[in-house]
Design a protein around this ligand. Structure first.
Ligand code: SAM
Length: 197
């Protein structure tokens, strides 16, 4: 039922936890956590349609998951819940976390991960656990705790396979730029020849 990415997130969450899943969309993570790990989940989303989809799934699997349509943490009283945010970019995630919070966070950002880590470091967060998985794409899934765990360092030093992948991506982009420059140079020279200059 769960993708490898969502299962990796679920595996980081202890049994019987209280969880707030921001941007839950289908709420499949929350359904799994409720069924398999006896967690108490609140599935939220900014989109009413997504929460309707979540409610359909919740009914289908006969579980008890609370739902809420809201923007980020708006209107939510925080206690000791683990906050999960997955499948968004770091800018959106940082807007959502722009409050004085100390809750445990499990985050899987789609982009700008170094920015996210820098800002969370300034807020006093540390890395408690981290998984980097390949599920078609690479995903970095990090469990951050307030003032507990490993000091946040450079993102790219944790997993050699991930480093190699990023390097390859960079080289491919660089090759494309090089090819484009060569083509432009060639067109420029041809143009000059045609003009007779
Ligand atoms: C790509 S889905 C990810 C769904 C799920 N978390 C996962 O990882 O599979 C991103 C979800 O975040 C929701 N979203 C985007 N911005 C949000 C915000 N500010 N507050 C709450 N939900 C948001 C979107 O509506 C969408 O359902």
């Amino acid at each position: 039922m769960l993708s490898k990415r969502l299962k990796t997130i679920a595996d980081l969450i202890p049994n019987n936890s209280k969880v707030i899943d921001i941007g839950a969309d289908h709420a499949l993570l929350d359904i799994y956590l409720t069924k398999e790990k006896n967690c108490q989940c609140l599935a939220t989303d900014i989109s009413k349609k997504c929460i309707e989809k979540a409610l359909n799934n919740i009914q289908k699997y006969h579980v008890n998951v609370d739902t809420l349509v809201t923007n980020g943490l708006e209107g939510i009283d925080l206690h000791d819940e683990i906050i999960v945010i997955a499948g968004m970019g770091s800018h959106t995630i940082l807007k959502i976390l722009n409050k004085n919070i100390t809750n445990d966070l499990i985050i899987s950002s789609q982009r700008d991960i170094p920015l996210l880590r820098k800002k969370l470091k300034h807020k006093g967060y540390r890395i408690y656990q981290e998984k980097i998985i390949k599920d078609n794409h690479f995903y970095v899934i990090t469990y951050f705790k307030y003032k507990k765990g490993t000091k946040i360092k450079n993102i790219y030093s944790y997993n050699q396979e991930y480093n190699d992948y990023l390097l390859k991506e960079y080289q491919m982009k660089y090759q494309k730029t090089n090819k484009l420059l060569t083509k432009l140079k060639y067109l420029y020279i041809i143009g000059r020849i045609k003009k007779g200059s």
